[in-house]
Design a protein around this ligand. Sequence first.
Ligand code: BF8
Length: 656
Amino acid sequence: MAEEKKSKSIDQATVEMIDKASQDGARIVFERAETMKPCPIGSEGSCCNLCAMGPCRVPLPKGKEETPEEKKKRTGVCGATAETIAARNFLRKIAAGAAAHSDHGRRIAEAFLIAAKGESPEFQIKDEQKLLQLALDLGINIGDRSNNEIAIDIGEMLLGEFGKQEGELITLRKAPLKRQEIWREVGVAPRGIDREVVEAMHRTNMGVDQDYKNLLLQGARTALADGWGGSMIATELQDTLFGTPSPVLSQINLGVLKEDEVNLIIHGHEPQLAEMLAVTTQDPEMIEYAKSKGAKGINLAGMCCTANEILMRHGVPIAGNFLQQETAIVTGAVEAMVVDVQCIMQGLVDVASCFHTKVITTDSRAHIEGATHMEFDERKATESAKAIIKAAIDNFANRGKNVRIPNQKSDLIAGFSHETINYLLGGLFRASYRPLNDNIINGRIRGVAGVVGCNNARVTHDDIHVTLVKELIKNDVLVLQTGCAAMACAKAGLMVPEAAAEYAGEGLASVCEAVGIPPVLHLGSCVDNARILIAATAMVKDGGLGDDISDLPAAGAAPEWMSEKAISIGQYFVSSGVFTVFGVTWPTLGSKEVTDFLFKDMEEMYGGMWAFEPDPIKMAQLMIEHIDKKRKALGIDKARERVLYDMAMRRELDSV
Ligand code: BF8
C-alpha cells in the first residue's frame, strides 16, 4: 500500500482551490478520500462478489506465515481459491479497461465512416498521407480511387475488427515479427476485440475458468486486443480524420481560465465534440453572442484526455488533469463543464451546485443525474456544438462574485506523434529513428521510458509523476508520456526545451538541445499509448537494438494509476515485452502465486513483466536497472560506461 501521503497536491493551483472549496462548503475528491478509506480486502483483490452466495472475503493473513492447512481453507463459499479470486478480479479490470478504450475506438470508426460517406459536412478526412499509409498497411487498394472511397474501405475493415470471430486482429501486423510469433506461441494473439472482452467476462463468471494461469492468459489476450486493437484503431483513425499532431505550444493549469470570458471546459475522452467546439468557439456569430451577454469572448479549455486530444491537434489549453476536474468548478469561473465519456466524477454535479456551473452530458452512454443532457450528433455537428456553446454563454450572467482563478499556468510543447518523432529526429527527407537509436547505442540516451496514467487521491497529486520523471531524465532516460501523467509533468515545466538544460543528464540534454525537443515528450491521450507501441516497433525496425520490443532498453510506469484502463494498458505493455511498474497499490497482493506469476513468470513468457513500487525514486531505480540490463544484453553497456567515465573525469578535474 502507498505510504501516508505528505500533502494533497504539489500543484499550488490545486492546493489553493482545495482551500477555497472548504471555505465555500463544496465537498471535493480530496475531502471524500479522507472520509472514505479504501477497503483493504478489495484493494488486494481478495473479495469475490461474482455470485449471491458472497461476497466472499479471502484476505492474506497479515503478520504470520500461513500453514498449508490454513491456506486450503482460505476459499469462497464455492471453493474458489484466493488465486482464482485475485486472477478473476484482475482479468475483469482488464476487460473493463479494454472495453472502455475499444468502445472509444469503435465510435471513432463510426465517425470516420460518417465522414468518408459524406454524411457530415463538418468532418472531412484531414490527413491524406496517413490515409494512404493506412490503406497500404491494411492491404486496401489505392489505385485512382478517391480519398473517400479508400476511407470507406478502411473504416469498414477496422470497424469489422471489433466483431471479428476468427483469425487474428489485422493491426497485430504492425508489431515486430518476433513479437507476433511470441503471441502465437503463447496463444494470446487476439481475435475480434469484442470477442476477447466477452470471453473474459464469460470466463470470470461463476464456475467457469478456475485456473489462475489460464485466466491471466486471457488477460494478456484481452489487453492486447486493446493496445494493438481498439486503442490503436482509435489513434490511427483520429489522426487520419482530425489530423496527425505536430509540435504545438500551449499552456496548462487552472490559470488558463479567464475572468472576463465565458469559460467552457470540455472533459472526457473522445475528440469528436471537442473538435467541433475548437472550431465553433471561434465562430464570429458565437463570439458576438458572448459579447452581447457581457463577456469579452469564449475561452475553451480541456480537462483529462479530451483535453489531450485537442491540445495535440489545436493547441487548446488544458485546465487540469483528473484530480483537478472539480477544482476547476471551485474557481467559480466556469460557465459549463461539458463531458463526454470516462473519468468523469459524479461529484461534479454536487460541486457545481455550490456555484453557477452547468454540467452538460453529451453522450448517450454517459448520463449523470442532476446534469443537463444535450446529446452530440455527428451528423448535425455544428448545430449540436452551437447549442452547447450558447448554453454556456447564457450562463455567464449567473456567475457570482465568488470567483478566484489561480495564477498558475505553465507553457508546454505537445504534439509528439510517432510521425513527428520520426521527422524531428531523422529530418523531413530521411524520416527515421536512426538518430534516436544511435544516441542510445552511443550512450548519450540511456534508454526510453513511457510514464503514463492517472492521478489517484490516495497519493499526493502529481508528486509521484514529477519525482519519477525528474529522476529518469536526470539519468539520461528520454521520457514519453500520455494521459494525466503528461499533464502533471507539463505543469511542473518539464515539457519545454529549456527543461533539458535544467533537469536532464548531460547526455540526454545534449541530444535534446541539438534537436530542440524537451526531455519529456507529450504523445497524447491514453488511447495514444498505441503511439508508444508504434514508436517502440520503429526503434526495433531501425536496427541495432535487438529484434523485439523486449530487447529495447526501455521501461514503462503508471505511478499514480487509478482506472481499470491503466491495468489494461499495463498488461498490453507487459505482453508486448515491456517491464512495467505501477505505484499506489497493487490489486493482486492477496495471492502470492498470482503476484509472482505477474512479476516473475511473465518475463519468461513475454520478455516483459509487472512490478509494484509506490516510492518514485525506487521506481526510477527499478526502471533504470532494467534499462541497464537490456543495454548489457545488447552489448552497448560499454559505450555508456565510457561516457559516464568521461563525465566523472571532468567533474574530478573541475573539483581540483
Ligand atoms: O484515459 S490517465 S485519469 S483521463 S484513465 Fe482517466 Fe487515467 Fe487520466 Fe484519460 Ni487515462
